[in-house]
Design a protein around this ligand. Structure first.
Ligand code: ZN
Length: 106
């Protein structure tokens, strides 16, 4: 993984994010999301973003630089509605924190 220069995430946190698995993301969505139908087409037919070398895809949401002097990227896990193409995302740190708490409860 290339060096992360985002002061809000840092290399250690990015390493932790890399430990997330597709199963973690799916478990998080099942546990925390109450509405599974698409807000646009009302169907329930999603796929998790993934790629050839990752089991799920992190999306970097680029925040406007108007408030800061540096680009600010929010690492997010994305899912795509297979019917209408609507894209939703959840902050990857929310998934990571949920995973940590779940592990502590065991
Ligand atoms: Zn949809």
């Amino acid at each position: 993984m290339s060096e992360n220069t985002n002061p809000n995430t840092g290399p250690v946190l990015m390493e932790e994010l890399a430990s997330l698995t597709r199963e973690d993301v799916v478990d998080f969505l099942i546990a925390k999301v109450k509405v599974h139908t698409c807000p646009c087409c009302a169907e329930n037919n999603w796929q998790i973003f993934s790629g050839p070398d990752v089991t799920y895809g992190l999306i970097g949401l680029q925040k406007s630089g108007m408030m800061t002097d540096y680009p600010y990227v929010i690492p997010s896990v994305g899912s795509l509605c297979n019917i209408c193409g609507y894209i939703r995302s959840h902050n990857a740190f929310a998934v990571l924190n949920w995973k940590k708490h779940k592990a502590e409860e065991k």
